[in-house]
Ligand binder design. Structure first.
Ligand SMILES: C[C@H](O)[C@H](O)[C@@H](O)C(=O)CO
Ligand SMILES: [Mn+2]
Length: 419
């Protein structure tokens, strides 16, 4: 290890120790945290099942950076490259449209066998897998409705897809020895003001009830539901709103997914975590970065990312929270996007773990808000970067921006050679 990295770490350890923080213990804990890295950043949410179908569901990728993956092997190759630059062992989050099969298979007919190659690869790499039914980019979702559709045959198709998805999740969990989180997000909603806000929600509830009634082993598969405020084309009304899913998750013992881009622009999910976890057992996060809308920008070290990490650490919620990422930026190198967003998320957790929480809590309880504020501010310039560098070095991944050279070489050698 570079001597300056080690020296920096030794100095940082001393400073944090003065606040009672055992930095070595923090790093051991950090290494246990798995981030669920979303496969869809790698190919602009295109998938492999319906290559001619463009992205729908009110979400959008902008940018045409060259080299995006167009086969499952390419996507895995790119993920391997990204993972070699990210410290720790993580999970990969797949959508149904990422099935690796030569068969022309419909979404409601998907089976574990269509994902065998993903499982093989995950085993080789020591990764977990998460899953999502894909309720968009499909002819049966073209009018903007899926599980809440008023046409029974369309609704049935999506119910079957939901059941098939949970079985695939169960298979992932069983094969990989760690539960798979299967997350339900659907775009259903109206562009303009509806007359009837209730009936679609009743239909969605009935569909979910039917999907979750299918026997699936909860040791291997965890069901999650994800709300949204609005999408492109569903600006006035979204069936699966926050209140709908919060209620559904509490009533039915499901995990709730909070996506940081799915609320009003000034509303933050960091402030929801402690409340939600009082009533639901497990939380799924889609860490993203909304810029003015649900734009799914790459996660940066901004205040909200830090506040999310702080809430998870201060509330001791890491054991009940599945931390997933959800961004898709087609204007930059696809591998770099994963590396930047994932490293930032882990780094934010590290920063949160390096806070003298007991000391801060004591100041707050004693109404010594001066000390609380002074510590908050001074801690901002504590040398967490030196701890991060040491963590990367010991995990065998590049220190600081050295990873960028590797991504640039990979771009030259692999990405730009793709046709
Ligand atoms: C592709 C994802 O499932 C999707 O981004 C969803 O999670 C979402 O956040 C939609 O806005
Ligand atoms: Mn999401």
């Amino acid at each position: 290890m570079d001597k300056s990295v080690l020296d920096g770490y030794v100095h940082a350890k001393e400073l944090y120790a003065k606040h009672g923080i055992d930095v070595d213990a923090v790093l051991e804990k950090l290494a246990q945290i798995k981030i669920s890295i979303h496969c869809w950043q790698g190919d602009d949410v295109q998938g492999f099942l319906f290559r001619d179908k463009s992205l729908s569901g009110g979400i959008a990728v902008t940018g045409s950076y060259p080299g995006r993956a167009s086969t499952p092997s390419e996507l895995r190759q790119d993920l391997d490259q990204a993972l070699s630059l990210i410290p720790g062992k993580h999970k990969i989050n797949l959508h149904a449209i990422y099935a690796d099969t030569e068969e022309q298979v419909e979404l409601n007919e998907l089976e574990p066998k269509h994902f065998e190659r993903w499982v093989e690869w995950a085993k080789e790499q020591g990764l977990g897998l998460d899953f999502n039914p894909t309720c968009f980019s499909h002819p049966k979702a073209d009018d903007g409705f899926t599980l809440s559709h008023s046409d029974e045959s369309v609704r049935k198709f999506w119910i079957e897809h939901g059941i098939a998805s949970r079985k695939i999740g169960e298979y992932f969990g069983k094969e990989l020895g760690q539960p798979c989180v299967t997350n339900f997000w659907l775009p259903d909603g109206y562009k303009d003001t509806p007359v009837d806000r209730l009936a679609p929600r009743q239909r969605l509830q009935a569909s979910l009830d039917e999907i979750f009634a299918a026997p699936v082993d909860s040791r291997y598969n965890i069901d999650a539901v994800e709300s949204k405020l609005f999408g492109i084309g569903s600006e006035s009304y979204v069936v699966g709103s926050h209140e709908f899913y919060l209620g559904y998750a509490i009533k039915n013992g499901k995990a709730l997914c909070l996506d940081s881009g799915h609320f009003h622009p000034t509303e933050v999910i960091s402030n929801k975590i402690s409340s939600v976890l009082m009533y639901v057992d497990q939380l799924l996060l889609h860490v993203s970065r909304p810029v003015r809308w649900d734009s799914d920008h790459v996660v940066t070290m901004d205040d909200e990312l830090l506040d999310i990490a702080r809430e998870l650490v201060r509330g001791d919620f890491l054991g009940r929270t599945h931390i997933g990422l959800d961004f898709f930026d087609g204007s930059i190198n696809h591998v770099a996007a994963w590396v930047i967003g994932t490293r930032n998320t882990i780094k934010a957790l590290l920063r949160a773990m390096l806070e003298p929480i007991d000391q801060l809590r004591e100041a707050e309880l004693n109404k010594d808000y001066t000390t609380r504020l002074a510590l908050f501010e001074e801690l901002k310039s504590y040398p967490y970067g030196a701890v991060w560098d040491y963590y990367c070095a010991t995990a065998g991944v590049p220190v600081r921006e050295a990873w960028l050279d590797q991504v640039k070489s990979y771009e030259q050698d692999v990405l730009l050679k793709r046709v």
